[in-house]
Design a protein around this ligand. Sequence first.
Ligand code: NAD
Ligand code: APR
Ligand code: ZN
Length: 234
Amino acid sequence: MIGIRNIVVLTGAGVSAESGIATFRGPGGLWEGHRVEDVCTPEALADDPALVHRFYDLRRAALAGVVPNAAHDALARLDRGWRGELLIVTQNVDDLHERAGAVRMLHMHGELNSALCAACGARAAWREALPPGTRCAACGSGALRPDIVFFGEMPYHMTRIDAALAAADLFVSIGTSGAVYPAAGFVQTARAYGAATLELNLEPSAGSAWFDETRLGAAGALVPAWVDEVLGAG
Ligand code: NAD
Ligand code: APR
Ligand code: ZN
């Protein structure tokens, strides 16, 4: 890719759909049957901690039965092969990017395999069920909660993400509906700083108009083809 050195990739639930993890807003999406306000807000955690913990326990347990798909594998291949700067920012709380081998990536909405202490802020790797009242190893309080960024909370790593967007020559959004800010605004930030913008998604997203190019289709097909283009021309 001529003139491209810094790449930022944003991924959403669509990149994991072909691994069998339901998306949030599609048919059969995770919020169906659960109003999002019931499971994904600080208020819900305070009012009904058992429900919130159970919801994330089920999602954490489900990770054991899924594997990365061709899109995760291709992004890991991009990470290994791209000599310029790269940052893969995922909104997903699964661990499929890292299981595929991606290293230059971060989780802006937290991780299922992590617990956060609401009392002291410590984060700890967590693979098991996390019942309400579980004690924090760092401070001893019973305030461990799923390490998930709820609606209304500040996503992780925003300083690093903003710096990468400002330096990006190419911004690529994969498998996200563009419904949730601040991630939905990354395309506009990258554009304002001069990046070319590309969207790979099953259907047009809320932000499609902001992209120089949109390719519609399954991530498992579109992402490997795009990575071939980038590495072939790099
Ligand atoms: P919003 O986009 O203005 O605000 C979302 C806020 O939550 C932001 O401040 C963002 O930083 C923060 N946030 C942090 N982590 C988040 C995370 N993991 N998921 C979501 N937000 C996170 O307004 P909003 O009302 O929260 O809704 C955003 C969009 O999502 C809207 O377009 C809304 O229609 C849609 N939405 C869909 C559902 C659903 O699918 N059932 C439910 C609620 C909202
Ligand atoms: N290939 C490519 N795209 C796909 C595929 C696929 N196989 N399957 C679905 N998609 C697309 C859908 O068309 C949709 O536009 O992926 C997108 C998934 O959108 P959402 O379900 O809204 O997921 P996401 O954008 O990641 O949600 C953002 O919302 O609730 C919060 O914190 C949660 O991180 C999440 C955030
Ligand atoms: Zn603690």
